[in-house]
Design a protein around this ligand. Structure first.
Ligand code: PRP
Ligand code: URA
Length: 207
């Protein structure tokens, strides 16, 4: 089951703030970062650890550290709003950028940019995008990333619709998607309901 709904009181509380149409751009950005941190915690529970010999002030010990390579992959534009939070947790991670934009009439995604480190093989890729609506954008992003044959791919989204969940189940049953909440449905324009509106517009004040 690739869709993992966090269903956590702090996440639910913070989602309510960004769902509110009267929340300012500044507050929206801050809360998106905070929710991203909480979802990253959920998404990284199963990371492999390696031994590391250290000395505490009292004695030598074998500590456990994360040595894996990470590639954080925001889907432009709105995914960029989640990047800063991720980089605070993964300060030496590389970053792939995927530019995808939905056609306003058809809701189909168009890829306009893709720049990735050349060596995805052996790394853990985390794709970030606030909204999983029809699932077309996230599915296309995973298609692109899979070409680089990374060790693992995970996705983090703030909100999902059942249609996006079903699309990811169908196209990429091997990829886990961590979301803050699963909403009711899509409307006739393929927006998530109740949702939070257009994530990119709210993040960058382009309403
Ligand atoms: C939004 C969102 C996702 C996509 C989700 O981006 O950030 O990338 O829509 O919709 P889907 O699941 O139906 O594909 P948008 O295309 O509006 O671009 P933007 O981030 O530049 O505003
Ligand atoms: N993209 C958004 O930004 N919001 C939605 O509800 C659907 C797609």
């Amino acid at each position: 089951m690739p869709l993992k709904v966090a269903d956590h009181p702090l996440i639910t509380h913070k989602l309510t703030i960004i769902r509110d149409k009267d929340t300012s751009v500044k507050k929206f950005r801050e809360i998106v970062e905070e929710i991203t941190l909480l979802l990253t915690y959920e998404a990284t529970r199963d990371l492999p650890l390696s031994d590391a010999l250290i000395e505490t002030p009292l004695c030598p010990m074998t500590g456990r550290v994360v040595k894996e390579r990470f590639v954080i992959t925001p889907i432009l534009r709105a995914g960029l709003g989640m990047l800063h939070g991720m980089m605070s947790i993964f300060p030496v991670a590389k970053v792939s950028h995927i530019g995808l934009e939905r056609d306003e009439e058809t809701a189909l995604p168009r890829t306009y940019y893709y720049k990735s480190p050349p060596d995805l093989a052996g790394s853990h890729v985390i794709i970030i995008d606030p909204m999983l609506a029809t699932g077309g954008s996230l599915s296309a992003a995973v298609d692109l990333i899979k070409r680089g044959q990374p060790s693992t791919i995970k996705c983090i989204c703030l909100l999902a619709a059942p249609e996006g969940r079903d699309r990811m189940n169908r196209d990429h049953p091997d990829v886990d998607v961590y979301v803050g909440a699963l909403d009711e449905r899509l409307n006739e324009k393929a927006y998530i309901v109740p949702g939070l509106g257009d994530a990119g517009d709210r993040m960058y004040g382009t309403l």
